[in-house]
Design a binder for this molecule. Structure first.
Ligand SMILES: Nc1nc2c(ncn2[C@@H]2O[C@H](COP(=O)(O)OP(=O)(O)OP(=O)(O)O)[C@@H](O)[C@H]2O)c(=O)[nH]1
Ligand SMILES: [Mg+2]
Length: 278
């Protein structure tokens, strides 16, 4: 069921009782829109005639979306580096591989870097993807310094005149401070030789409002250029996408709705808004 379906079914059926409004509110909150935004949607719906509700709500939520560029840097004349960050299990490694796959299909040369050295399995996972999409990869030993993997990777990428370097990072470390310090070091090492053009934060849509807290922490600690929202094929109702752009002002660049390479798409705000109305 789409986000606003319950609201519009009620609107069409005529006068809505207080109890029904409460149910609609609960339903929207459960769809991860966040209390503040839900109350704005409801106030908007109440303030206009039924036939004008869709236009009025569309107008309001359009102002919540980021005005920033949603496209991935595509300039081809020098190396572009994309860092994939996020808490554990959100879909970083899969998203790194998916983006590599998309860029390769567009005719770019791509180098992957497995800078999650925290677990052996992390490197194996990215290596398997690299084989599948026929992409070169730079790895390091387990528990080695991720910044040294980043250093080797950016050196190789520059020497080989690659178009893109995509760096997969760890999501789990002993503390949040450790994780952020490690990311900071990876960024510094790359910037010594090249530039970090995108830092994409991967958010699992099924974690709902937790995603908002993750965004806050990463924005404050390392700074990000945009989001990838994953697992939209799961039970998530997608309200978190609106909430995240409203709170951060930063753009969602990609959405993922499945585990395969082809399950990644650029975020299309107009289609997204339409989908909320079913
Ligand atoms: N259904 C679904 N599953 C996904 C999606 N993206 C990733 N996954 C799955 O989610 C699980 C975690 O994905 P990973 O890419 O390993 O996540 P990660 O952030 O790299 O995880 P860590 O390295 O452990 O922090 C895997 O089983 C993926 O196949 C998606 O869009 N939809
Ligand atoms: Mg990973």
């Amino acid at each position: 069921m789409s986000l606003f379906q319950r609201l519009f079914t009620a609107l069409r059926s005529g006068a809505i009782t207080d109890q029904e409004w409460d149910e609609i509110r609960t339903n929207l909150i459960a769809a991860d829109l966040g209390v503040k935004l839900v109350d704005q949607v409801i106030a908007t719906a109440k303030s206009v005639k039924v036939e004008d509700a869709k236009t009025a709500i569309t107008q309001v939520i359009s102002t919540w979306l980021s005005r920033k560029d949603r496209t991935l840097i595509t300039e081809r004349n020098s190396l572009k580096t994309i860092l994939i960050v996020g808490v554990n299990g959100t879909g970083k490694t899969t998203s790194a591989a998916k983006i590599a796959g998309v860029l390769k299909n567009n005719g770019s040369t791509v180098l992957l870097a497995a800078a999650d050295t925290f677990r052996a399995a992390a490197t194996d996972q990215l290596q398997t993807w690299a084989e599948r999409i026929k992409t070169e990869i730079v790895i390091g030993p387990v528990n080695s310094d991720p910044a040294s993997v980043a250093f080797s990777a950016v050196t190789k990428a520059k020497e080989g005149n690659y178009d893109y370097l995509i760096v997969d990072t760890a999501g789990r470390l002993h503390t949040k401070q450790n994780l952020m310090a490690e990311l900071g070091k990876v960024i510094k090492v790359i910037e010594k030789q090249s530039s970090v053009d995108e830092i994409l934060l991967v958010i699992d849509a099924t974690t709902g409002q937790n995603g908002l807290n993750q965004a806050k922490v990463f924005i404050e600690s390392v700074g990000i250029t945009g989001f990838i929202i994953t697992k939209l094929d799961g039970s998530a109702k997608g309200g978190v996408a609106l909430a995240i752009e409203k709170e951060s002002g930063l753009p969602i660049k990609f959405v993922a709705a499945g585990e395969q390479i082809s399950d990644l798409a650029p975020f299309d705000p107009e289609r997204y808004i339409q989908s909320l109305f079913g």
